[in-house]
Every structure is written in C-alpha cells, then in structure tokens.
Write a protein that binds this ligand. Structure first.
Ligand SMILES: [Zn+2]
Length: 105
C-alpha cells in the first residue's frame, strides 16, 4: 500500500514537471509555430488528466480551452474589458473564436 502511494505521487510530480516543460516549449514556439505549440498544450492537458491533477492556473489562463492555442494578447487573442451586466474581461481566441470571460469584482 505505501509503495503504491509513493508511485502515485511520483507520477504526479513527473507529470507536473512535464507540463511545465511542455508549456515552456509551447510559449517559446507560439509565434513561429502555432500548430506545434497547440499540440504541445494538448499533450500537457492530457498528461494532467491522466494523473488527475490540474493544469496550473497560470498556464490555464494562457491557453485556449477549446483548441489549446497559446493565447498572446494582440497576437493570438483579443482581450477586452466589458462592463455590461457586471464588469468582466473577455478573451477571444483568434484561432477558433472561443470566448472566455473572467469576472472582475
Ligand atoms: Zn481557440
């Protein structure tokens, strides 16, 4: 039993390291090879799912939920402050048109 537990946490640790690495590569090649970056992020989210960990929030906010593109304001996404209903930030992915809203208090 304890053996299994350590193996599990080891897998999670490795997965986190791998996600970090994939994110680093993806953000570096995002401008020159958007498709390659997208593939790396899709692999990263699959790795996270497999060991049931969350993709770090810092990364999650910079990737498109629908297509997995790296979101760079002014490059691959559009960021707008909107205040109809309540104040929020909209991030539109230029690759697939997916809109993510972040509410600001
Ligand atoms: Zn997208």
């Amino acid at each position: 039993m304890p053996k299994k537990r350590t193996r599990q946490s080891e897998a999670k640790r490795l997965a986190r390291a791998r996600i970090k690495l994939l994110w680093k590569q993806a953000s570096e090649i995002a401008k020159t090879d958007p498709e390659g970056a997208r593939q790396r992020l899709q692999v990263a989210s699959r790795v996270a799912q497999r060991v049931r960990i969350k993709v770090p929030q810092g990364i999650k906010r910079k990737m498109c939920r629908r297509c997995g593109s790296v979101l760079i304001p002014g490059e691959s996404c559009r960021v707008r402050m909107r205040s109809n209903r309540s104040k929020h930030l909209t991030v539109t992915c230029k690759a697939c048109g997916n809109i993510t809203r972040y509410y600001v208090k």
